[in-house]
Design a protein around this ligand. Structure first.
Ligand SMILES: C[S@@+](CC[C@H](N)C(=O)[O-])C[C@H]1O[C@@H](n2cnc3c(N)ncnc32)[C@H](O)[C@@H]1O
Length: 256
């Protein structure tokens, strides 16, 4: 099945009103602190938040830097970000309406999984200045042992997701798009699966299918995700990877 931009808009429009409560990581200040520690934003920095959604990542930078620009394709999500932004642009990440080298830092949390790749990351690299950084943050499987089950859970939870990642995939994505990978940090997010799947854009049948994957999960999956079960409810320890790359000062031959 091909997933269209319209499908993505529809999914996030349905979730917009309650998005900020739909995962514990959305407003997890510890995860935010890892990003701030990694990026060390300065007062003169210009920051672009790609797939800004309701502006939860943008807000981390507001007041710390000179400019925070948000870009997203779903107006219902992005309008909530507007009060926290210097500028909001409704546009696709694959065709960013910005000049080359316009930003010091580009961040994208839980966005690349919905995008044309590597085109969208190449755009992020294009608009960051030489020496500036691109940081991609995404949930990933821990490794080969949990990937099939975890990707199935992610697919069931969000039917418009197009890409699923192992930790090394994010670093590779940055490299392919023309960045020099710099560092990758890991962060474990604890989710009550019933709360996480109750985001308003999937039906009860799908939520039950997610519970069934947990009920039938392999020992490897249960161990890697440190799954806890109580009265049929599951708690999962999900892995975030924060991968950062630097745009070379003298690009040799553009995207590799
Ligand atoms: C899971 S939300 C993440 C929002 C925010 N980054 C955060 O961490 O809370 C994904 C967002 O990606 C946006 N999105 C999906 N595909 C996109 C694309 N091709 N270009 C720009 N935004 C896109 C959706 O509209 C949605 O707001």
């Amino acid at each position: 099945m091909t997933i269209s931009r319209h499908d993505v808009n529809r999914h996030f429009a349905l979730r917009a009103a309650t998005y900020d409560r739909s995962s514990s990581w959305c407003t997890d200040s510890e995860l935010g602190n890892v990003l701030l520690d990694m990026t060390a934003p300065g007062p003169s920095d210009r920051v672009l938040d790609v797939a800004c959604g309701t502006g939860l990542v943008s807000r981390l930078f507001t007041g710390r830097v000179a400019e925070v620009v948000g870009v997203d394709v779903t107006e219902e999500m992005a309008e909530q970000a507007r009060p926290h932004l210097s500028r909001l642009v409704v546009a696709p990440a694959e065709d960013l309406p910005f000049e080359d080298d316009e930003f010091d830092l580009v961040v994208c949390r839980q966005g690349v999984q919905f995008m044309d790749l590597p085109a969208a990351v190449e755009e992020m690299v294009r608009v960051v200045r030489p020496g500036g950084r691109v940081v991609i943050i995404n949930l990933c499987a821990y490794g080969e042992q949990d990937r099939d089950e975890y990707f199935e859970i992610l697919r069931l939870r969000n039917p418009v997701r197009r890409h699923f990642f192992l930790p090394s995939d994010l670093t590779e994505l940055l490299r392919t798009a023309g960045c020099d990978p710099e560092e990758a940090r890991l962060y474990v997010s604890v989710e009550d699966v019933d709360v996480w799947s109750d985001h308003g854009a999937i039906d009860e049948e799908r939520r039950e299918a997610i519970r069934a994957v947990y009920r039938d999960a392999s020992a490897d999956f249960l161990a890697l995700h440190a799954v806890r079960e109580s009265d049929g409810r599951f708690v999962d320890h999900m892995l975030f990877v924060l991968a950062s790359g630097t745009k070379p000062s003298t690009p040799v031959s553009g995207p590799r």
